[in-house]
Design a protein around this ligand. Structure first.
Ligand SMILES: Nc1ncnc2c1ncn2[C@@H]1O[C@H](COP(=O)(O)OP(=O)(O)O)[C@@H](O)[C@H]1O
Ligand SMILES: [Mg+2]
Length: 1080
């Protein structure tokens, strides 16, 4: 949301009056009271028209923030409460937009805040003017020139801890866009006497203290300085430390600022060397020495300091020493040398220190100017800022030449102030077409004339006196003044012939008094001549010129013997007069803006407003006069638009909107309000109000009217609020009622609807049932008729067609169909036959029930065929093995539980490879026949059921048992003697071999064995027996059989289950007749 533009005015929320033009009644008291009231409310700025009066708050106020800058930026002067920013903005804008060069004149006595004000103006302008890297650098250099100049040109005084001891005028140059390009600084009359002597409670220039506190050890060593202030005669010690000022930190700031401004390192160093030299000069002391010719002569007490100075500056020590002892006066071609006494030597020393320092200061200003000067030659717009010492009046006739000069300068400034203000006023009246009424005011031109008149002005008299041959003293000068100026209205002197002051005891004899526009000032004439002469003995300047230190050399060009100029240099007074004249000329071409600073107390304290002190300043600043000039004709003026805007609510025709031109609106307004015609005048763009009273009346009316309007607005707003609330309620009520009605109706309708549906459904049901009954009856009738008709037609048709069929047609059709089906079956089978693997169980399902047997047969045939195919692949050996396996299957399949586990085992026969084992060589040799089986078996001991290992050998004709270890044959049974083999039907490897009764082998009884290859052994035994004896061996499979033991018959019984020791069958002899085998 765009911020609403609020039209404000200086007149809003005023404390006292923001513009003193509006004071009523106007006198000194009301002016002071107004300033005091505003000061007490932290309003330190007050206007007199466009002049800003600033009362030093002596504390930091939160009114210079960047937000404030924004507030005042591009606002009209009278729109916001008085502020230095408003003036700065006005000046900057008219410079930028109207192409008018500006000057900002800041006046006020020492400590009134001039320097601060000038810095505020500069920082405001820096903040609002263009931005960019280059512009910022220029700004930075301009702003940083301040700390450098302040370090060298400011000092703590009784009135101000940071008092500027020089006058400064700075031109800031801008391009057509309002971007800063550079600047030029002019300095006026540095108070150089401070270098050698400071009044009580004051200090020397800051830089000395800053150097000693902030310089590094290394730097101080290089400069041959010691950190202790008390080592230096030129430094006042009682106030060497200033509260709240950190000299060391400031030293760093200054060094930094020098760098920013563009001082080279060696330049900065040279500057500090000169500072050190000045400081050390103060330590040179002299002692008297009488000479033979009776003349006093001085001698340097301790040459060490002199030596160090000479080392520092590169001056030949003897040259400098001589310059402190002799003075050479040259007239025409003659050179006369006189010795200096101690006092003169001290005078020379101090003169040198002062000159060195003040020339250094001027050099600094020039050096800064070189850095900050605009780099382009384009036309520049200029804003000058003048920060010059204000009127200075010391009590007790302590005013000297410096005060005289300063006050002269202020006198000049006052003059152009009056001139320009009156001129501006006049111009505005002409611009606005208002009749100009002459304004009575005091013109101080007469005082300026008293001082600066070329023939008989005070300065001219002084110069004349200084140049006059013969003895010249301050007294002769005063005498001269008494002669020439006695009749002047503003000159007062005890000695003048004018008898007015003959008995004025407040006027000492050695003084004269000038009635400045700001008050009377008593000047002590002592020192005038000397200070005006400002002489440095030529020997000293020549000594300086001989220095190898480049900077010092350049500071004393007149010391060059090649350029000896016998003419005297211009006096301080005439120099100053000339520079003031230049300044005035410069200022007159510019549009002036005034800031008049007032000091509220002498204690540098916040919140104290010393009315006496302020009254004094108001008087000498001529503020009352200023106000009078400003409102001589009309106290207040305002452009028509804002005026109408502000007061339009006071009249029906103009409220709330005035359609015509603003001027006509204001006319109507003022007529309506019955303001007397002589109270105002219509200018071209502004209304001029003669008396502040009228304005205040308007303001009062406005205030009252605003209250009424506020009530009206409130009333209307409240009515509107109630009405809208009521309307809203009503609307809501209707909506709610409508919704409710709708809901109720809906509910009722639904009820009716559902009842109707129930009734309807009953009726429909009843009707439907009736129809259904009827339809059912009809359908049954129809069906009965159809059935009857069908049967009837059937008989009819059959009866008719019987004659067309032959007796056996059915059979033929049947056979044909059958054939077709078979054909199809076989053809399909061809594609469906399973794989040739004999163990493949797949066989397609049969398609027709009647083909069941065929299908099965076909399956069998196919299987046999593929088995044959399979067998055909076998070699003879394989065939033999399978034959054997087949034999085993015939013998044991489904009879012995052990059989299935034997199917997978290949029958190997000779498991024991007797041939290869040397252990059995004897056994092998004993057997000549082919060995069919060679295997280790368990032979069961028939007596106790325990078993022993035996080698079981089967040959074509015999069965042999041999010892496993020795291979010795234990028994040999011819196959013909084997009658039967018995075994259980279970999963065990026990078997008995029955022998023929009466045979030789049978004498010990039948054998009882257990073997893992029972099936194989039994099969092989059977086959061998069959092939050798052509008899089938009897194999008995039974769980109980009898075995012959010598004479006894023992029953071997197999018991299943109750087995303790795992899966191995165990044998146990139970009694004489029973041997029990436990099978797992
Ligand atoms: N606007 C201000 N706000 C706060 N303090 C100020 C202001 N103006 C001046 N002062 C205080 O007054 C002192 C003296 O001001 P200065 O400008 O040096 O006086 P002048 O230059 O007139 O001798 C400053 O050091 C500062 O402490
Ligand atoms: Mg100052």
């Amino acid at each position: 949301m765009a911020k609403m533009e609020v039209k404000t005015s200086l007149l809003d929320n005023m404390i006292g009056v923001g513009d003193m033009v509006l004071l009523e009644p106007l006198n000194e008291e009301t002016v002071i009271n107004n300033l005091k009231k505003r000061f007490d409310h932290s309003e330190i700025y007050t206007y007199i028209g466009s002049v800003v009066i600033s009362v030093n708050p002596y504390r930091s106020l939160p009114i210079y923030s960047p937000e404030k800058v924004e507030d005042y930026r591009n606002r009209n002067f009278y729109e916001l409460s008085p502020h230095i920013f408003a003036l700065s903005d006005e000046a900057y804008r008219s410079l930028r937009d109207q192409d008018k060069d500006q000057c900002i004149l800041i006046t006020g006595e020492s400590g009134a805040g001039k320097t601060e004000a000038s810095k505020l103006v500069m920082s405001y302008v820096a903040a609002v003017c263009g931005k960019g890297a280059e512009v910022n650098q220029v700004k930075e250099q301009l702003l940083q020139s301040n700390p450098v100049l302040e370090a060298f040109g400011n000092a703590k005084t009784v009135r101000n801890d940071n008092s500027s001891r020089f006058g400064k005028y700075m031109d800031i140059e801008f391009d057509f866009k309002g971007d800063p390009l550079g600047g030029v600084i002019s300095n006026y009359l540095l108070e150089k006497s401070r270098v050698v002597k400071q009044p009580r409670g004051e200090r020397n220039f800051h830089v000395f203290y800053q150097l000693l506190s902030g310089g590094s050890e290394e730097l101080l060593n290089k400069l041959k300085l010691e950190r202790d202030f008390s080592r230096y005669n030129y430094l006042s010690l009682d106030s060497a430390k200033v509260n709240g000022v950190d000299d060391a930190a400031n030293f760093r700031t200054v060094r930094n600022a020098m760098q920013i401004v563009g001082f080279m390192d060696h330049e900065a160093e040279s500057v500090l060397e000169v500072v050190a030299a000045v400081l050390k000069l103060g330590n040179i002391e002299f002692k008297p020495e009488s000479r033979v010719n009776g003349l006093d002569e001085s001698k340097i007490k301790d040459k060490n300091e002199l030596k160090e100075i000479c080392e520092l500056t590169g001056i030949d020590q003897s040259v400098l020493e001589r310059a402190f002892s002799f003075r050479t006066v040259e007239a025409k071609q003659e050179k006369v040398s006189t010795t200096l006494n101690v006092a003169q030597a001290y005078y020379a020393r101090d003169a040198l220190a002062k000159n060195l320092y003040s020339r250094l200061f001027s050099w600094l200003v020039n050096r800064i100017n070189e850095s900050i000067k605009a780099q382009t030659k384009v036309r520049k717009k200029v804003m000058g800022v003048l920060d010059i010492y204000g009127f200075e009046i010391f009590e007790n006739a302590d005013n000297s030449f410096e005060q005289f000069i300063i006050n002269y300068c202020n006198e000049k400034l006052q003059q152009i102030f009056i001139e320009l203000t009156v001129k501006e006023e006049q111009e505005e009246y002409i611009r606005e077409g208002i009749e100009w009424t002459h304004i009575e005011y005091f013109n101080n031109a007469i005082i300026c004339d008293l001082i600066e008149n070329n023939t008989n002005g005070i300065l001219a008299m002084l110069d004349e006196e200084c140049l006059r041959p013969g003895t010249v003293t301050d007294e002769t000068f005063l005498e001269k003044l008494n002669q020439v100026c006695a009749t002047h209205q503003h000159f007062e002197s005890r000695m003048s012939k004018c008898s007015r002051f003959l008995n004025d005891t407040s006027l000492p004899h050695s003084c004269f008094r000038i009635q400045h526009y700001a008050g009377k000032v008593l000047y002590q004439v002592e020192g005038f001549v000397d200070k005006n002469n400002d002489l440095l003995y030529r020997d000293l300047s020549q000594a300086m010129w001989k220095a190898s230190h480049a900077l010092i050399k350049s500071l004393f060009p007149e010391g060059n013997p090649a350029k000896i100029n016998l003419k005297r240099p211009p006096t301080a007074g005439s120099q100053f007069k000339a520079s003031v004249a230049t300044l005035m000329k410069n200022l007159q071409t510019k549009n002036p803006n005034y800031i008049r600073c007032i000091k509220p107390n002498d204690k540098k304290a916040a919140h104290i407003f010393n009315e006496g002190l302020v009254c004094h300043q108001i008087r000498y600043l001529g503020l009352l006069e200023n106000v009078r000039v400003r409102r001589a004709g009309y106290a207040f003026r305002q452009a028509y638009e804002p005026c109408l805007e502000r007061y339009k609510m006071l009249c029906k025709q103009t409220w709330p909107h005035w359609k015509g031109p603003a001027r006509a609106g204001v006319e109507v307004l003022f007529n309506e309000l019955e303001i007397p015609v002589e109270e105002y005048s219509f200018g071209r763009s502004k209304i001029f109000i003669r008396n502040p009273r009228t304005l205040f009346k308007l303001e009062d009316l406005r205030k009252q009217r605003l209250e009424d309007l506020a009530t009206l607005i409130q009333k209307i707003y409240r009515g509107w609020k109630c009405r809208t609330h009521f309307l809203l309620m009503r609307k809501s009520q209707i909506v709610i009622a409508a919704w409710y009605r709708r809901y109720a109706q809906q509910k009722r309708y639904q009820q009716i609807k559902s009842s109707a549906l129930v009734i309807q459904s009953y009726i429909r049901g009843w009707k439907a049932r009736k129809i259904l009954q009827e339809l059912k009856h009809q359908k049954r009738c129809q069906e009965a008729a159809t059935t009857i008709a069908a049967y009837w037609h059937g008989t009819q048709v059959r009866r008719e067609y019987r004659k067309f069929f032959r007796a056996n047609a059915g059979k033929k059709i049947y056979e044909f169909t059958l054939q077709r089906i078979m054909q199809k079956y076989f053809l399909e089978m061809k594609n469906k036959v399973p794989s040739l693997s004999p163990i493949d169980k797949n066989w397609p399902s049969r398609p027709y029930l009647f083909l069941d047997s065929t299908h099965k047969e076909l399956k069998r045939i196919f299987h046999l065929w593929r088995c044959k195919k399979y067998r055909d692949q076998f070699t003879d050996q394989q065939k033999l093995i399978y034959e054997e396996k087949l034999e085993a299957s015939e013998l044991f399949k489904d009879k012995k539980a052990l059989y299935p586990s034997s199917v997978g085992q290949p029958f190997q026969g000779p498991y024991l490879e007797i041939n290869k084992n040397p252990k059995y060589k004897k056994l092998k040799d004993a057997i000549e026949e082919k060995i069919i089986i060679a295997e280790v078996v368990n032979k069961i001991n028939r007596a106790n059921g325990k078993s022993t290992n035996r080698i079981f050998l089967l040959t074509n004709n015999n069965l042999l048992l041999a010892d496993q270890k020795s291979g010795q044959i234990k028994s040999e049974v011819p196959l013909v003697d084997v009658t039967k083999v018995s075994m259980s039907s279970q999963n065990d490897g026990f078997f008995a071999i029955h022998l023929k009764e009466g045979s030789e082998a049978a004498s010990k009884g039948d054998f009882l064995f257990s073997s893992d290859h029972l099936i194989e052994m039994a099969t092989k035994l059977y086959r061998t027996t069959l092939s050798q004896t052509k008899q089938k061996l009897n194999i008995e499979i039974s769980d109980e059989f009898l075995v012959q033991f010598r004479q006894d018959k023992v029953c071997v019984k197999f018991i299943q289950g109750n087995q303790k020791n795992g899966s191995v069958p165990t044998c146990k002899r139970k009694n004489n007749r029973l041997l029990e085998v436990a099978v797992p």
